[in-house]
Design a protein around this ligand. Sequence first.
Ligand code: G
Ligand code: G
Ligand code: NA
Ligand code: MN
Length: 248
Amino acid sequence: IALESDLRDAVADDEIVLHFQPSFAAADSALRGVEALARWTHPERGAVSPEVFVPLAEECGLIHRLGRHLLELAVRQAHQWSALPDFTVWVNVSGRELTPGYADSVLKLLAREAVPAHRIGIEVTESVLADEDVAVQELGHLHEAGVLVAIDDFGTGYSSLSRLNSLPVSLLKIDRSFVSEIETPFGYATVDVVVRLARTLGVETVAEGVETPRQLELLREVGVDLASGFFLGRPAAAQAGAPRIIQG
Ligand code: G
Ligand code: G
Ligand code: NA
Ligand code: MN
């Protein structure tokens, strides 16, 4: 409960900021975008994980304000990076945020900040697409307007493969649990299946959680489009000009 009221203040006081983790084209290591990750430094408790405060915000009705705050930060940052070619800022969005009017509010924000739709991507988990018609409609509006949509942690949740073909999706994010297993026959086959499926659907794939050069090599072999992970670049605060790249 104390944390809940602190969270209210934190949103108002800008204690919650975004860090950005780069993603690269697997084939030639060209920088292709960043994933925005929320970071809260509590004045007494120190770092509080989004795994704690995002569910808390959902429970106490703060998720719309928190989500809006983070989206504004992401869109402003996308504007700062507008000179980078083929560059998308990906934002994690909770299913709870996807209520009627969400898409319109995002499109208004993009117009206000003069950021083209394709420079922003929305990441949602499979479960959001599985059972929430309103969420799918809102994502559909955004997708039609050119905003990119990714299914996060693909392969770990309830996935209706038959429905995938009709969902407003631009990219599948292969969960890092599969990437960490890619040196096993089953792990390799899983990544391979997702890549083939994505090709058939005409969407891109990103492998997340790449931690070793061997994993990257195997991902290239399978034909994954994009890659991110600690081996390629850690989440970091935005630097002036371009995201900090530890290894490209
Ligand atoms: O960055 P980190 O590994 O701490 O993220 C933990 C979890 O919190 C991940 O599932 C991630 O998707 C989620 N998360 C991080 N930032 C945001 C955010 O801005 N909004 C939402 N809804 N979830 C986030
Ligand atoms: O659920 P989601 O995919 O949004 O989670 C993103 C989280 O994964 C981020 O919080 C980030 O800190 C974490 N992450 C990113 N790259 C790696 C990695 O290479 N290894 C591990 N263990 N975590 C990572
Ligand atoms: Na994500
Ligand atoms: Mn993920």
